[in-house]
Write a protein that binds this ligand. Structure first.
Ligand code: GDP
Ligand code: MG
Length: 163
């Protein structure tokens, strides 16, 4: 059985873009308007000779803001339960949002390796902006750009080490 890596985080932070980069196939639905992935997607990948499965989580399209948040919470909890390793994706453009804090709260209770991926760090100027994510209280983070790939190799090195 290969390890399962779950990608969690609120909508629009770039989970599916990262997932697509990992599995090198366009399986997840990336929606540039809403950022909503309508299903959970599973893929397999390998890095540094380690093979692992990856789950891309998303929310469902719903009307109410409250239901929406509840749905995200459920998705995150499900991902936590069925994975061995968690990648928590946040967005350097938005900084820490209330929903990020809620996800961090859920993750603090988890006894599994957790990697924070500060996404959309497309250029060196944004590296400094990522510092605030220490305030999530989950320790160190990796800066990545899922669009241009920078930093993703280092993050995968760390993940593969934990697999
Ligand atoms: P998800 O809802 O978390 O799965 O987010 P998506 O992968 O659907 O991406 C949401 C939006 O963010 C899309 O418009 C992506 O093109 C954009 N995006 C994802 N990764 C990056 C990145 O590294 N840099 C920038 N600038 N935009 C990104
Ligand atoms: Mg998605």
């Amino acid at each position: 059985m290969s390890s399962i890596v779950a990608i969690v985080g609120r909508p629009n932070v770039g989970k599916s873009t990262f997932f697509n980069r990992l599995i090198k196939r366009r399986e997840a639905i990336v929606d540039s308007v809403s950022g909503v992935t309508r299903d959970r997607h599973y893929g397999k990948t390998d890095w540094n000779g380690k093979e692992f499965s990856v789950i891309d989580t998303g929310g469902y399209v719903v009307g109410s803001e409250d239901i929406f948040e509840e749905e995200i919470r459920k998705q995150v909890q499900l991902a936590i339960d069925e994975s061995d390793i968690i990648v928590f994706v946040v967005d350097v453009e938005d900084g820490i949002t209330p929903m990020d804090k809620e996800v961090a709260q859920l993750l603090r209770q988890v006894d599994k390796p957790i990697f924070i991926a500060v996404n959309k760090v497309d250029n060196a100027m944004r590296v400094g902006d990522a510092v605030e994510f220490y305030n999530l209280g989950l320790g160190d983070y990796h800066t990545i750009s899922s669009i241009n790939g920078s930093g993703t190799g280092d993050l995968l090195d760390a993940i593969a080490e934990a697999v």
